[in-house]
Design a protein around this ligand. Sequence first.
Ligand SMILES: [Mg+2]
Length: 251
Amino acid sequence: MNTIATDLDGTIYLQSRIIPGVRDSIISAKKNNLDFIFITNNSSETPQTVKNRLEKILSIQIPVRNIVTPLIVLKKYLNNKNENIYVHGSSKLKNYVSNLSVITKNIKDAGIILIGRKDHFTTDEVEIISNAFNDGKNVFALNKDLTFPINEHEFKDGNGAIVKEIENLIGCEIKSFGKPDRFYSSYLNDNFSNIRYVIGDRVDTDILLAKELNAKSFLVKSSIKNHLNEDIADFKFSTFSECISFIIKNF
Ligand SMILES: [Mg+2]
C-alpha cells in the first residue's frame, strides 16, 4: 500500500473548517489502496488534539500514530536523554514538555533550549537564547515557519520569526523538529514505509520535505505566500481533491 503524506493547515482545512471535497477524496483514495499520514508543523497542540479535530471534521477514524507533529519528533529525540530543558513558548508547550523531561526556568541550568511559538517576543529573549547558543548550549526550534494562516486572507507570525532573529545574531542555522528538517524526515523514514506522495501548500516546508523523502511533491493553492520558487514542486493543483484524483488516475 502506498502512502500519501498530507499537510493540514491550508491544505485540508483552514481554521478547523474543512476545505470542500477533502473527505470524499480521502475515502476514494482509501478505496484505491492509498493510506494517509497527516504531517503538520503545528506545535501548539498535542497530536491527540489534532487527531480529535481531524476525526470530527472528517468523520473518519485516524490512528494517532498517523499524525506527525514536531512534538512527536521532539519526544523521540528526548527518549533516553536526561537533560534539563529551557522552554521559550506557551504554557501549553511547557506542559507537554514537562511530561517528557525536566523543565528549568534558568537557562544556565539547561542542557537543551527549545524555541516554540509565542504571540510576542522581545529582543531580550532573542539575546538570552543567542548568548546561550554561543555558550555552547544545544538550541532547537520546534519549527521554522515564518507565518501561519489564520483564515483565507490573513496570517500571523510563526515560530520562525524569532528563530530568524536568533540566527541573524549567531550567524548560523538552528536545527528544528519540524518539516522539512532532518529530525522530521528521519522520523517519517523510521516509522513509515512507502511515502510516495506529499501534498501541501508551502514550498519551504512541504515541497522540500518531499524532496528529502524522495516522494512526488504536490503543491496546492492557499493564502500563504511562498518565498521559494513554486516551480520546484513536481505538480501544482488548486485543491487537495485535484491532487488525489490525479494520483489515482496516473500512478
Ligand atoms: Mg500548510
